[in-house]
Design a protein. Sequence first.
Length: 173
Amino acid sequence: MPLASRCAAVLPCRTTQAATLLFGALVSCSSIQGASWLLASGPVAAGNQVPRLLADLADMPAAAGDCFVSGGSAGNISALVTARDTTRRRRVLAPYDRVRFAVSDQAHSSIGNALRIIGIEPFTVPTTDHRLTGPALRAALLADATPPTSSQSRPPPAPPTPESSTTSPESPP
């Protein structure tokens, strides 16, 4: 049996096979299954209260939302979809208007994958010492040869006229 099929969790660090198997055994023995209230009311109750506690510790408003996800890739795509939709709504952009997100040249591959999945173009910013800074972003934006366009820079579409709602002789009924 491969090692991966015997593990109950993935540790995001360098570890030994023995430590991995021990951790998998400990998690398996505790048998905590937090998928439903019926199977694990305690962990589900805690899972419902911890995000509020964290939001309060970070001085976030009462309306702040929360979501626990299964891992970093799922967290990245959830956050990027939220940012994409919020950006389009706040800037009054059409669904297919070009949007780019600034990312460091050191960004994890899951961010690039998530951006491709959600249809957003990355705007890669060169970094020094593995840090994305305001001055580096400013310099990259000033050097950008292809700035994005938005619906706000285009005239709004003309309102429909009675002639545009009827069928033209060239088009089928």
